[in-house]
Each structure stands twice: as structure tokens, then as C-alpha cells.
Design a protein around this ligand. Structure first.
Ligand code: CO
Length: 170
């Protein structure tokens, strides 16, 4: 296993829609293992494949439960089937180091996907896992959390990011 380099904004790969996974090969499995390793090493709770430079529709999550036990999940070709409600909470992103933004998301979501063993899985509900899944599925669609901001707030945020990049603080 190896820790991969995280692609940071404004790298173009983050703006491109990722490709559907057509078959789970040894290479796919290796990528998934490396994504989990990379996510944990960076204290991330979610990671999309394009954040490690691979434009494929794969995401990983790792969330601690009430007993601090980490639940890991791999979603290949995830599709949001249903969503409802609204929540407004703070998020971070490994591709935007040190930046935290309040983002509007659906409160309830139902997602279908395939796991790393090719089994169809459904995840539905509310809470942090559901928020992380929406954030990561956005990545797979070529969107980042700043794309969810109101337009003026987005422009202000981009200016702030550019300041940080210039200062070498990114
Ligand atoms: Co992110």
C-alpha cells in the first residue's frame, strides 16, 4: 500500500466528471487500498478518486462511530436515488487545506453503489456520513464545495485561496 499525493484546487482534474468503473480489476482494488491509506494518513473522512489524480467514479469514507470505531466504506459508481430536506453545516476538504465553509446539503439522501467486491449496496439516512457522501459524489461529478456557495461568497473565497497560494500557504 502507498500513500498517494492529494490533488489540490485549482488542479483541472477536480473540475472533470469522473468515468464510470466498468470492471473491478486488481488495479482498481489496489487504487482503493491506496485511497483508504491516503485518506487516513491525512485525517480525512472522505476521499474521491480524482483527488488522487484518477478520474474514476470511486469514493472512500472512514467515519468514527460513538465508540470511536472506524467504519470504512467504498462506493463505486455511486448514484443519488433520493434526497430531501436541507442542512447547513461546516465542511472541510483535503483539496482545500485549512479552508472550512458552511455548505447547504440535503438532510436525507439515499445512495446506491457497488462496493469493492462488486456487491450492490444502499446507504440511506441523515447525518455526517450522508453529508460526506454528498461532498464526495460532488467531487466525482467534477464539483467542489466552493461550487455550492452563493456566487459572491464563492468569488470572495477564490480570492482568499489565491492569496493563500501566493503566500505559499496552500
Ligand atoms: Co473534498
Amino acid at each position: 500500500m502507498s500513500v498517494l499525493e492529494i490533488v489540490k484546487y485549482p488542479n483541472k482534474i477536480l473540475k472533470q466528471k469522473t468515468k464510470i468503473v466498468r470492471g473491478i480489476t486488481a488495479e482498481t482494488k489496489k487504487l482503493i487500498k491506496n485511497m483508504i491509506e491516503t485518506m487516513k494518513k491525512n485525517n480525512g473522512i472522505g476521499l474521491a478518486a480524482n483527488q488522487v489524480g484518477v478520474s474514476l467514479r470511486i469514493l472512500t469514507v472512514a467515519l468514527p462511530d460513538e465508540n470511536k470505531k472506524i467504519t470504512e466504506a467504498v462506493l463505486i459508481n455511486p448514484v443519488i436515488q433520493k434526497k430531501s430536506g436541507r442542512v447547513f453545516e461546516e465542511e472541510g476538504c483535503l483539496s482545500f487545506p485549512g479552508l472550512y465553509l458552511k455548505i447547504k446539503r440535503a438532510k436525507y439522501v439515499k445512495v446506491n453503489a457497488v462496493n469493492e467486491r462488486g456487491k450492490v449496496i444502499t446507504i440511506e439516512g441523515e447525518g455526517l456520513l450522508i453529508r460526506v457522501l454528498q461532498h464526495e459524489i460532488d467531487h466525482l461529478d467534477g464539483k467542489t464545495f466552493i461550487d455550492r456557495l452563493p456566487v459572491l461568497k464563492k468569488l470572495k473565497t477564490i480570492r482568499e485561496i489565491n492569496r493563500r497560494i501566493k503566500k505559499g500557504n496552500w
